[in-house]
Write a protein of this length. Structure first.
Length: 119
């Protein structure tokens, strides 16, 4: 059973930075595509970004390109989301997700961590 545990959320002022972490309890981390999604109140869940094993196949949602960076520590089964130049519209619950690299659906989800951007 895959378990994902996020940490690092909190309150930050506009223009600030925050780093989210996600630890995955999986046997073969290399076979998983790791991703971040977010959901704001009253809105649909939004793709933030994803990364494969090598990091070369990393993708971002349009609203976060140039501000957010996904990275992986494959030795520790962890994925990170570095968020810079945060805006109030980035306020949401952020979820870590995983899928096997030969599938298209994210089957595994963390519990979510709240990020609030406000002055």
């Amino acid at each position: 059973q895959v378990q994902l545990v996020e940490s690092g959320g909190g309150l930050v002022q506009p223009g600030g930075s925050l780093r989210l972490s996600c630890e995955a309890s999986v046997r073969t981390f290399s076979t998983y595509i790791m991703a971040w999604f977010r959901q704001a109140p009253g809105k649909e869940r939004e793709f933030v970004g994803s990364s494969g094993w090598s990091g070369a196949d990393t993708y971002y949602g349009e609203s976060v390109k140039g501000r957010f960076t996904i990275s992986r520590d494959n030795a520790k089964n962890m994925v990170f989301l570095q968020m810079n130049s945060l805006k109030p519209e980035d306020t949401a619950v952020y979820y870590c997700a995983a899928r096997l690299k030969w599938t298209t659906r994210y089957d595994y989800w963390g519990q979510g961590t709240q990020v609030t951007v406000s002055s």
